[in-house]
Design a binder for this molecule. Structure first.
Ligand code: ZN
Length: 430
């Protein structure tokens, strides 16, 4: 087994991207271009876009800006709101795809999803201490799958504490409802609203522990788009509004079958038992016959998560599949690696095994090293269907499963496995 590599041995002409590269300071010319382009784009949003600023008067960089993440439009609203200050955003390598030069010029910081990159700390410090600009982080690291807050890692509060800078949070509403991650190509007519709030001053940061700062972040980053929709009486009348919802609501609460859910028009249904639900204009689910198990969409999602957690706790969880693999060593091209085998288990986490040019490779991410999974519904860069990505520090492996509608469950399993491992580590030893 000695000759199994834990990386792909590419030919020399394959360009790699160095994610450890330090950012350059954004030229003010680009700050202005971003502002103008974003202002024009935001002004064309059907339904309009508003922002309320709270405790922001007189605040000048450096500061850390956190934002929830639902769609591309989040970036535009941010650039419009922060002008005339320069904003350096942490982005993932796919965000640099085909445009690393442009991303570097606007001072973005590049990383691979869900990896621990030591160079990232140096880059963040440079933005805050040397450039004295705004450092923008999307701590959820992906678009929200169900319109509620995702996992926020504690390292962010440590970064704020270390740099003793103010903390600002932009909380977007409506962006998920307008273009949900599971059907992002079609826009629904929804008004967008965001708050931009200084939640901690530099003095407050100085007096607090990073654990206390983390609790403030969790509180200020709470959102639930379906509650927001109802409270604001927003009617989504598009007749395709439920299409794609089965990608996140993959398990039937009536017959418990997984991956046999489907959707069409305003309906979600189970192909196994035939039960059908309507997604109303106000974003509630209603069973056409019999009991409505969950009227609040995120409750169904969390019920699925709890089921996965039970499988892990009773030791029955395991996933295995044949996948088609594409890698992204640089920012210019995805490389097709052919078929490989992937398994996700309680003991090992993810193990991806395949061959490249006749040489076997084995990529592993243990439960401890991976707190969430990068999944894409209908991925725009490779094949427009569901996939997930396992990244190492130097490469990303985009896997297309043979099994249908499994990636949301894989994401739950990754998150719950990591939580269980970390809870065990924290428990005092007897
Ligand atoms: Zn069913």
């Amino acid at each position: 087994m000695n000759d199994v590599k834990d990386y792909i041995d590419y030919p020399e002409n394959v360009k790699k991207y160095d994610t450890g590269k330090l950012p350059i300071r954004q030229k003010f010319f680009f700050t202005s271009i971003l502002y103008l382009a974003s202002t024009i784009a935001v002004s064309t949003i059907r339904g309009g876009s508003k922002m309320k600023k709270i405790n922001m008067e007189g605040l000048k960089p450096p500061y850390v800006l956190l934002s929830n993440h639902m769609q591309f439009v989040d970036f535009l609203i941010k650039y419009k709101a922060t002008f005339p200050h320069r904003v350096h955003t942490i982005a993932t390598l796919e965000g640099y795809y085909h445009k690393p030069w442009a991303m570097e010029q606007i001072g973005s910081i590049c990383k691979r999803k869900y990896t621990t990159d030591i160079g990232l700390v140096r880059s963040c410090n440079k933005v805050l201490r040397e450039f004295k600009d705004v450092l923008c982080i999307y701590p959820e690291a992906r678009y929200s799958p169900i319109g509620t807050t995702s996992i926020i890692p504690e390292v962010i509060s440590q970064l704020v504490k270390r740099n003793k800078v103010p903390l600002v949070v932009i909380l977007h509403h409506g962006n998920y409802l307008r273009a949900p991650f599971w059907d992002f190509r079609r826009k629904r007519k929804v008004p967008l609203y965001a708050t931009m709030k200084q939640v901690l001053t530099a003095e407050q940061v100085e007096q607090m522990t990073s654990q206390e700062i983390h609790e403030v972040i969790l509180k200020e980053m709470q959102y639930d788009e379906y509650t927001w929709q109802k409270e604001n009486n927003i009617r989504i009348t598009e007749n395709f509004r439920a299409e794609g919802l089965h990608k996140v609501l993959y398990q039937c609460p009536h017959c418990m079958t997984e991956s046999k859910m489907n959707s069409k028009g305003i309906h979600l249904f189970c192909e196994e038992c035939g039960k059908k639900w309507e997604l109303t204009e106000l974003g509630e689910l209603k069973a056409l016959e019999g009991e409505t198990e969950f009227s609040h969409v995120p409750d169904w999602f969390e019920w699925e998560r709890a089921n996965v957690r039970k499988e892990i706790e009773n030791g029955t969880y395991r996933f295995e599949d044949d996948v088609r693999v594409y890698t992204l060593p640089g920012a210019w091209k995805y490389y097709y690696m052919g078929d490989a085998k992937v398994r996700h288990t309680i003991e090992e986490g993810f193990v991806l095994e395949g061959t490249h040019n006749g040489e076997p490779y084995r990529i592993q991410r243990t439960p401890q090293s991976l707190y969430s999974l990068h999944v894409e519904y209908d991925y725009c860069h490779i094949e427009p269907i569901d996939c997930f990505d396992i990244s190492t520090l130097n490469d990303s492996f985009f896997c297309y499963p043979s099994k249908e509608n499994v990636i949301t469950k894989l994401c739950f399993a990754t998150e719950e496995l990591h939580k269980i491992v970390m809870e065990k580590k924290k428990r005092p030893k007897k």
